[in-house]
Design a protein around this ligand. Structure first.
Ligand code: SAH
Ligand code: DHB
Ligand code: MG
Length: 225
């Protein structure tokens, strides 16, 4: 079992389950041409986001970490024409690529890209809206995952779903000292430590293998307790 097989299986699942989609393909090509890092969710994980948003009937969605807007397109499509997605991106270059991709995908009218460090933008979002989020996707700098989770809980309605990407990091979550080049693993550990006693939230995490290697995601429901 190795990376080559994981990738081949992802490609097979993609081929069988996800209809060819020139918009998503173009979004990836545009991001690649602009030299954005290819760290967007895989197509099968994007489809998972889309399906979870649909299952939740989520209308108000928050994303932390836009990159070129690939996951944003999946979320916005899942939310449907009445949906509202706010996505936060620190890097103006990434945000510009995302805006173009969202426009070409025909979802720009339901997505607001907020440019800035998430921890600066989130207090603004709190002040600017009395609407609570139904779904939050956390996928930015992993070092701040505890803060992002606290903000997500605060900004979400009871019953809302929160999904955190990249919590396993090639197993680095077990021993962050073994992967000093990846401060993200420390972030995941801190997140799990926080959640191990946090009230008001009910969680699980699933490790995954695929074209992006060995990782995993955390899924949480806000209980409001
Ligand atoms: N969700 C995207 C991938 C996001 S990659 C997708 O799957 O398509 C992570 C993004 O978070 C990068 O674009 C990076 O610039 C951004 N980021 C990193 N630190 C950030 C911060 N403090 N605030 C907001 N965005 C940040
Ligand atoms: C990285 C970030 C991600 O969000 C991801 O899904 C994979 C890798 C990274 O920063 O390396
Ligand atoms: Mg990610």
């Amino acid at each position: 079992m190795n990376q080559k097989v994981w990738k081949a299986v992802d490609q097979y699942l993609d081929k069988m389950l996800i209809p060819p989609d020139s918009t998503l393909k173009d979004a990836l090509a545009t991001a690649s041409k602009a030299k954005l890092p290819a760290i967007q969710v895989s197509s099968v994980e994007g489809k998972l986001l889309h399906l979870l948003v649909q299952i939740m009937g989520a209308r108000n969605i928050l994303e932390i970490g836009t990159l070129g807007g690939y996951s944003t397109i999946w979320l916005a499509r899942g939310a449907g024409p009445a949906g509202q997605v706010i996505t936060i991106e620190q890097d103006p270059r990434h945000a510009a690529v995302a805006l173009g991709n969202l426009r070409r995908a025909g979802v720009a009218d339901r997505v607001a890209v907020r440019v800035g460090a998430a921890l600066s933008v989130l207090p603004d979002i709190l002040r600017g809206s009395d609407q609570k989020f139904d779904f939050v996707f956390i996928d930015a700098d992993k070092e701040n995952d505890v803060s992002y989770m606290q903000w997500a809980i605060r900004l979400s309605r009871p019953g809302a779903m929160i999904l955190v990407d990249n919590v396993v990091r090639f197993g680095g979550v077990l021993d962050p000292d073994a992967a000093p080049e990846d401060p993200g693993a420390r972030g995941s550990r801190d997140l799990l430590e926080f959640l191990s006693t946090a009230p008001g939230i009910d969680c699980t995490a699933i490790q995954t293998v695929g074209e992006k290697g060995w990782d995993g995601f955390l899924l949480a429901v806000v209980t409001g307790d």
